[in-house]
Design a protein around this ligand. Structure first.
Ligand code: MRU
Length: 350
């Protein structure tokens, strides 16, 4: 099977997700700059995947600073960290991963540059392994809430392609399947960038999990008709009160789910929870204007028309039935229960 990302000892291989589903192409990044560029250009995307990719970006930054003194080495690391973090501001996993690498380097300031390079490489490897382990736990915890034969609606791609492997929202589906529950998926196409049509449909077909592709404006129709049993999505950042940033359109799905009495679940690692912010109002939303007027190379709107394109929206906590994490399933009241979760984790950043 093809891997979302793979460290090859001195470079990082990425599956070019802008080419899927028609082409399976691997690109190799040998510098931190190339990694930053790949994240910016959506070659790799999805909150946990860009986090681990950025961690390897830091490894390449460190490796690229061979032969320099400690002070310029650290200056170079700080600059690279800023460059990586500026590529995609909404998903907190990116800055979480970069800061974790920086802090580790700082904690080992007395080591030689050579040792620091090894320490950083080992840490990125650990993060990649952790991601898969964490996703399996999220899946295991989340699948307990799905019954045999359920039809699950998902939005965007929170699958193996959005992580190192297995996925978060799609990890829940995978885990349910491993438990012998015959679940199937309705996948929103996810305009404007079509992660649902291009990536989720492809990934589920590769895994032989039944999937039906629908356009975003069909979700309400199928909910009202009784086709959909629950919604499971990923998250790019969860605030202390449970407000959740995820791909644009997630909020509409959550409102529709509530209106139709369908449970709305969010599947995410604890690293996606940003305890430093009180609510979703503080989450920065990225915008890339051109995606609305073009599909790939094809123009679908008049030349020069004004378009808006917030890439993410915030689903208020009141629309969320539960958050599946690797530790446990969190139910409302989220402010209180996320705080309890935070206190139960040693060393979780505030
Ligand atoms: O713009 P993208 O494709 O990076 O957006 C991805 C999402 O919104 C995912 O749902 C989210 O990152 C969770 S991925 C496990």
């Amino acid at each position: 099977t093809v891997k979302t990302l793979e460290w090859k000892g001195n470079h990082l291989d990425l599956l070019d997700q802008t080419r899927l589903p028609l082409h399976t192409e691997i690109i190799s990044c040998t510098t931190c700059k190339e990694v930053a560029e790949a994240i910016k250009r959506m070659k790799v995307r999805g909150a946990p995947a860009i986090g681990v990719t950025a961690a390897y970006g830091m490894v390449l930054a460190a490796d690229g600073a061979t032969g320099v003194e400690k002070e310029p080495f650290f200056q170079h690391l700080y600059r690279s960290a800023d460059e990586l973090k500026s590529t995609r501001p909404t998903a907190v996993n990116l800055s979480w991963a970069v800061d974790r690498m920086l802090k580790l380097a700082e904690d080992h300031r007395e080591e030689s540059v050579l040792n620091l390079q090894r320490i950083l490489e080992r840490e990125a490897d650990r993060m990649a392994e952790e991601d898969v382990r964490v996703n399996r736990k999220i899946g295991e915890n989340g699948q307990a809430l799905l019954s045999d034969g359920e039809v699950v609606l998902t939005h965007c791609n929170a699958g193996a392609l959005a992580t190192v492997d297995y996925g978060t929202a799609l990890g829940v589906i995978r885990a349910a399947c491993e438990h012998g529950k015959g679940v199937s998926v309705y996948a929103d196409e996810t305009r404007p960038y079509l992660q649902g049509a291009r990536l989720t449909a492809w990934e589920l077909m590769q895994s032989h999990i039944p999937v039906t592709l629908i356009t975003d404006n069909m979700a309400g129709y199928f909910m009202k008709k009784g086709t959909i049993d629950c919604v499971v999505t990923g998250a790019d950042r969860i605030a202390s009160n449970g407000d959740t940033a995820n791909k644009i359109g997630t909020y509409s799905v959550a409102v529709l789910a509530k209106e139709n009495n369908i449970p709305f679940y969010v599947a995410a690692p604890i690293s996606t929870i940003d305890f430093s912010i009180a609510s979703g109002d503080e989450i920065p939303i990225e915008r890339e204007e051109s995606e609305v007027t073009m599909i790939g190379e094809t123009r679908i709107a008049p030349e020069g028309v004004k378009a808006a394109n917030p890439a993410f929206d915030i689903t208020p906590a009141s629309y969320i039935t539960a958050v599946f994490t690797e530790k446990e399933v969190i139910f409302p009241p989220f402010l209180e229960n996320l705080k309890k979760l935070k206190h139960s984790i040693p060393g979780k950043r505030m």
